[in-house]
Design a protein around this ligand. Sequence first.
Ligand SMILES: N[C@@H](CCC(=O)N[C@@H](CS)C(=O)NCC(=O)O)C(=O)O
Length: 223
Amino acid sequence: MVLSAALKKSMNNHVLYTFRRCPYAIRARLALANAGVNLELRELMLRDKPDDMLKHSPKGTVPVLITSGGQVIDESLDVMLWALQQNDPDNWLQKIDNSLKLIKENDEQFKPLLDRYKYADRYPELNETQHRNLTLPFIQSLNKRLQANDYLLSDRMTLADVALFPFIRQYAFVNKKWFDQLPIPALQNWLDDFLGSKLFIQVMPKYKLYNDGFQYHFPSVLP
Ligand SMILES: N[C@@H](CCC(=O)N[C@@H](CS)C(=O)NCC(=O)O)C(=O)O
């Protein structure tokens, strides 16, 4: 069978289905970019997921990485670990057990509280301030860690920093004015540094949609 050039190309490349603002997709792109993994990026909207993505990963969440060998990796943490196993130039995998513990706390305990605060009108059993109050112990615990070290687990960035950052970003921007006046300067500085970093900017260009016929080389070529 003669393959079209496009099909041949996509068979040789890793492919990433992603949604720009999704915190899970952001953490995956950060790890992939830092590892220098070249891939074909396919941007989507959650309400209009490409059929070929759903064929590979019917659960329908982003990110989804399909490796050139055909392996489907559809959990963001697994994408990060896969990327860093290819190449981990800054040793983000140091203290991996502690990283995984903190990431679990973020994903399983903090994230549901963040959703309730961000979408408080969908959870009317409490008002927004009450929902927000429930998030504070975790936020304060991160600030305390950052008072002790430059990063969450040590004076070097680890997987935990990269995996949590997109969620803290999302949390801060629910009400940035309120977040900025909290007495948590260590966490605010950590967030600001990350927001201004080359790596973050590199993974946040506005891509056109794969369903409209666009796909991009990632991370090197900006659209
Ligand atoms: N546990 C998954 C969660 C990914 C996830 O929930 N992504 C959201 C977007 S931020 C999603 O795709 N939701 C599906 C939808 O809203 O249709 C992971 O870590 O990759």
